[in-house]
Design a protein around this ligand. Structure first.
Ligand code: ACO
Length: 333
């Protein structure tokens, strides 16, 4: 490895996978006191995919990764590092990245989970970029994957309408001399002072599982929806502002914004803040809901595969999540 030379990274392939089972607003109407109209108007979500019994985060990751590798024209043997961004790992140990490495048949490479909730994929892509930039690794598999439904209380209407299961993956590769792709700038932050806005209380050292935990429903996610909404708009706007400023690029030069898909009104507010028209924003929330670390990468994959995103375009990725974590990446695709 040459310690002075640096390299540019390029997304060489993308892939995603949504489980077969679908839970629509009409299904939810039969489960809690809500309506299709309320959910559509307040969130923009119609359906969420739910993993089958026994279908775990590494299984979703595997399917998305295989598609990303195929799109990149690579095999599992080419992968130098695996990062899995997830808030819903298969289990606390071993990490999901190692499980994926084995299922994928990849070499015994560095395999790491990234825990940054819904910002996890954006965090992971930045981590991968550092290894490609220095020349340490040539192809890094970055996955955003969640099986969230076990952490959702389907008796609580404020949370159960939001979340779904999904996985997306990219291969981040070293760009060749004649390829002009590049990660121009990134900005990541974490603010633990407002960490209580979105929590999964039990299952860690603070509150190990017990009979009481189950009785009190502390194994389910809890959130302050209205507060999160406000901070989501603020933090994603801040992060986007920072990456544009760092590269001296006006919002008008952004070809596509790919934001975390938590609520369509949050996305609209961020776009409005930058004067970016909604037809330059990739919105895939209607058919998948909030899939946490998977949303940005699944939306990216869908827009690449249907031809909206083309080589040479400027992409602005942004996300926020529990922590509160947030981030943005400005790149030439
Ligand atoms: N159906 C019908 N009514 C409902 C429902 C529902 N599913 N949920 C809440 N309501 C009611 C409330 O009880 C409230 O009634 P009240 O006025 O009588 O008290 C009313 O609707 C308005 O509630 P609000 O919470 O003010 O509604 P809001 O417009 O803020 O929408 C929502 C709620 C959709 C949760 C919104 O705040 C939101 O999306 N917040 C962000 C949530 C989020 O992104 N969470 C994850 C963040 S971290 C991560 O992504 C992992």
């Amino acid at each position: 490895m040459n310690s002075t030379k640096t390299y540019r990274s390029r997304i060489s392939g993308t892939g995603s996978y949504l489980p077969e089972k679908v839970l629509t607003n009409h299904d939810l109407e039969k489960m809690v006191d809500t309506s299709h109209e309320w959910i559509m108007e307040r969130t923009g979500i119609y359906a969420r995919h739910i993993a089958a019994d026994g279908e775990v985060t590494s299984d979703l990751s595997l399917k998305a990764s295989q598609r990303a590798l195929e799109a990149a024209g690579l095999t599992a043997q080419d992968v130098d590092m695996i990062l899995v961004a997830t808030a819903s790992p298969d289990q606390p140990m071993p990490n999901t990245a190692c499980i994926l490495q084995h299922k994928l048949g990849a070499r015994t490479c560095m395999s790491l989970d990234i825990s940054a909730a819904c910002s996890g994929f954006v965090y992971g892509l930045v981590v991968a970029d550092q290894f490609v930039r220095t020349g340490a690794y040539k192809h890094v598999l970055v996955v955003g994957a969640e099986v969230l439904h076990p952490y959702v209380n389907y008796k609580e209407r404020d949370t159960c309408i939001l979340f779904g299961d999904a996985a997306g993956a990219v291969v981040l590769s070293r760009a060749e001399e004649d390829q002009d792709s590049e990660i121009y700038s990134f900005f990541l932050q974490g603010d633990g002072a407002i960490g209580d806005l979105f929590v999964l209380p039990a299952g860690g050292s603070a509150l190990p599982f017990s009979k009481e935990v189950l009785e009190n429903g502390q194994h389910y996610v809890r959130m302050k929806g209205r507060e999160i909404f406000k901070h989501a708009v603020r933090t994603m706007s801040e992060c986007c502002h920072e990456v544009l400023r760092a590269h001296n690029m006006p919002p008008s030069e952004v070809s596509w914004v790919i934001p975390h898909q938590a609520n369509v009104r949050i996305i609209e507010a961020v776009a409005k803040h930058f004067g970016i028209s909604m037809d330059k924003v990739v919105v895939e929330i209607e058919d998948m809901g909030n899939t946490s670390a998977a949303t940005v990468v699944v939306a990216l994959d869908k827009a690449v595969r249907d031809g909206r995103i083309q080589r040479g375009q400027n992409l602005l990725l942004t996300a926020f999540g529990a922590g509160i974590t947030s981030g943005a990446i400005l790149m030439r695709y």
